[in-house]
Design a protein around this ligand. Structure first.
Ligand SMILES: Nc1ncnc2c1ncn2[C@@H]1O[C@H](COP(=O)(O)OP(=O)(O)O)[C@@H](O)[C@H]1O
Ligand SMILES: [Mg+2]
Ligand SMILES: [Zn+2]
Length: 323
């Protein structure tokens, strides 16, 4: 990609290898976000989706790239009806399975009745949200778990309908939604349509989340990884994934998980581009682009690019002194 000047960022000539982990480094204000989010992403969106090409982009060549996916840490879903299970498409599969049980047939229920948004088995008190709003005089409303269903979102009837797995373990759907992903992987091990989806959540380091947990309450890092759930099990040779400082707020253990997730994406053929300060991520890069040398007017150039060694050997690179 070749760009003209924008803000304090100078004209740039950038090469990024396909199917590799590229990390963009540099002090604050050196131009990382401008390069990636204001230049590369919109330019790729222009060639992939026919959006308008930003004026400062002079040329971009990305043969074989047809998709660009910006994975940020903003919350998922604005209402409490979005849960880990619905977001990961696990809930739809479970509804179908519960709709086919002998108990459901006996009582006349089908898959649709198990929806906690519209199904007849949803809790009538909280309308399937699991929460109710208390109107306290002189105070703002407070949300508390629904006393009727205790947050399970289901009415009493749903608890009477059980699925029995091949080892004879019986669970109702509300009980299953109350399990964490790790426990559910085990219980659902014979369900062909469910197990792979749960295993992906586990491999994303989300095994401790409860299936029924509402997605708006997830942390940024959890939301970011959950957004990748639908991307993990497939070929990604034509996709570019972009992350802007994804380790912010993450524990070193979570950073390790994130690095494994990048590796899986790349094994599936993806091109991964990450803006990052974290040294573990920087040291995992196949290719580095170091911006700077300083912020603002004294930055906005590519100081060095290439392998870890290329950056280390560059006198002018501040990042080079740390890796
Ligand atoms: N919308 C904008 N308008 C004017 N200047 C901007 C704008 N966005 C960024 N800049 C300037 O461009 C430079 C690079 O910013 P940025 O790309 O956000 O750096 P980084 O992501 O490396 O911290 C900084 O000097 C910043 O002040
Ligand atoms: Mg930035
Ligand atoms: Zn309820």
């Amino acid at each position: 990609m070749e760009t003209g000047p924008i803000h304090t960022v100078k004209s740039l000539n950038v090469d990024i290898p396909k199917h590799r982990l590229t990390v963009i480094t540099g002090v604050s204000g050196s131009g990382k976000t401008t390069l990636v989010l204001e230049s590369l992403v919109p330019a790729l969106e222009a060639i992939c989706y026919g959006k308008r090409m930003p004026e400062h982009i002079r040329t971009i060549k990305a043969e074989g790239i047809h998709q660009v996916k910006l994975i940020d840490a903003t919350p998922i879903g604005v209402n409490v009806r979005s849960t880990v299970a619905t977001y990961a498409n696990v809930h739809d599969e479970l509804r179908k399975i519960y709709g086919k049980t002998a108990g459901a047939k006996l009582l006349g229920y089908k898959a649709g009745d198990f929806s906690y948004n519209t199904g007849s088995l949803r809790c009538p008190v909280c309308d399937g949200t699991g929460m109710i709003s208390l109107d306290v005089q002189f105070l703002p409303d407070v949300d508390i778990p629904c006393p009727e269903c205790r947050g399970s979102r289901y009415g009493k009837q749903a608890k009477l309908i059980h699925y029995t797995n091949k080892d004879g373990e019986e669970r109702s759907l509300p009980e299953l939604m109350n399990m964490d992903v790790n426990t559910a992987v085990h219980y659902c091990r014979h369900m062909k349509s469910v197990r792979p989806k749960l295993e992906i959540l586990r491999d994303l380091g989300l095994g401790y989340l409860t299936l029924g947990e509402e997605t708006p309450s997830l942390s940024g890092g959890e939301a970011q990884r959950l957004k990748l759930a639908s991307e993990m099990g497939r070929k990604q040779a034509d996709s570019v994934f972009v992350f802007d400082e994804p380790t912010i707020g993450l524990h070193p253990k979570d950073v390790e998980t994130l690095l494994k997730v990048f590796a899986t994406l790349i094994d599936n053929g993806a091109t991964v581009i990450v803006i990052e300060h974290d040294l573990d991520v920087i040291r995992s890069a196949d290719y580095l682009i170091d911006m700077g040398p300083e912020g603002g007017e004294d930055g906005g150039r590519i100081v060095a690019c290439g392998s870890q060694e290329d950056i280390r050997n560059c006198e002018e690179s501040i990042t080079g002194k740390f890796i």
